[in-house]
Ligand binder design. Sequence first.
Ligand code: ADP
Ligand code: MG
Length: 487
Amino acid sequence: MTDPIIDLQNIRREFAAGDTSVVALDDLSLSIQPGEMVAIIGSSGSGKSTLLNILGCLDRPTSGTYRVAGKNVSELDADALAALRREHFGFIFQRYNLLGDLTAAANVEIPAVYAGLNARERRTRANALLERLGVGTRGGHRPNQLSGGQQQRVSIARALINGAEVILADEPTGALDRRSGEEVLKILKELHREGRTIIIVTHDADVAARAERIIELRDGRIVSDRHTGTAGASEPVARTAWDSGAGWTGALGRLREASRMALVAMAAHRLRAFLTMLGIIIGIAAVSSVVALGNASQRKVLSDISSLGTNTIEVFPGKDFGDARAGKIKTLVLDDARALDRQGFIAGVTPTVSTSTTVRYRGNESNVLVNGVGENYFLVKGAKLAKGRLFDADAVRNIERQAVIDDNTRKTFFADDQTSGIGRVIWLGKVPCRIVGVIAQQQGGFGSNQNLSVYLPYTTVQAQFTGDRALRSILLRISDEIWRRTR
Ligand code: ADP
Ligand code: MG
């Protein structure tokens, strides 16, 4: 026997549920050798997904020790954890979690975009994987033009692109018809034969029968752990030919994003699906994406990570990515922001509303974007104060007409003014507002840098300009402290 790649000792995972708590995993110990193919079975609620999330470092245990390839996960800082995840894991989910906006090939490429691999190399790798998984001709299709089975193959390709040595699959065939499910299992089996460690969560006994080892959970405990007659893997190998390449891993090493995948220590049931997907997207996606917030079909998340900064996510209402009607949908409300704010992994949340109007000061006039935001906005956006101060929670609560202006507005109206505008009263449409602060020009912001922006408490914008309580978006910043925080 070699050393286990996965070693859990006395793992307990409790979730707070009101005044009490739910014990999802109860004193669970388990070792898995490299190259094993393991099925985790059990009825709904038995703790399978919780276990898988802990195995993949998407969540962490309340107590107990988890070692991956001998390393104690709880002792790792965020970067080391990122390295660990990167070197070891690939995820496959029941609902493929592909980004509907991108082609299949682009979906597979996303981790490589993050890794800073050049476009040609990315494409080569993605195409090779798609080819190998039998969807080589589908690279240019969007997910909704593919069958479920094809989408799952694409998601497997994405899981493999950074050379996952351990594949964690949560009900990978759960959404597929029999035949497509069969094909996905064949692929997993093949990956197993190459020496990868495969861990499949399933409630389907037929699926489980393909594994060489079946672990059954009941109420968060292992009630049986048996080896089947199924032939084992060949010699464990960490990498297969197509994903060799030191530069590749090295590039990923610079990523801090992977550590942010660890954010999924979720509490609110309502947001669970969202958070799970968020974890995936933060971890491996870069560009842009839309995911559903739980079952609330009207809510979608737009994560425009590349333009907002890699740890900032903006949640918009609407049905789909780039939903043209999103601006007219009034479903996003303050309670949603509050619900998000309660999530432990979030460093800051701010509602946003906006309107455009004219800004006047003495004889000058210009168009301006009026951004209604919470006091945390500046933290969330990483905006730096150049002069004066920001408005605080009291100003938001009291619907005060305090304005923070951007540098363009300062230059336009106060270029020759010693005060930079601080203390001056500007007119936004018909509303006089006092300037309290100026924020510095942000690097890498999106949109034209010629536009003038003014920031007011969102309550003020709602009361004085938009006249309703709907939010344009909720902006949130992910904490990178999650692994250091004790829950
Ligand atoms: P399975 O995947 O086997 O259906 P889960 O691991 O999802 O089971 O859930 C195990 C138990 O833990 C269930 O009682 C579930 O309600 C609870 N649970 C799982 N995740 C959370 C969470 N984030 N918050 C509260 N309870 C949770
Ligand atoms: Mg589950």
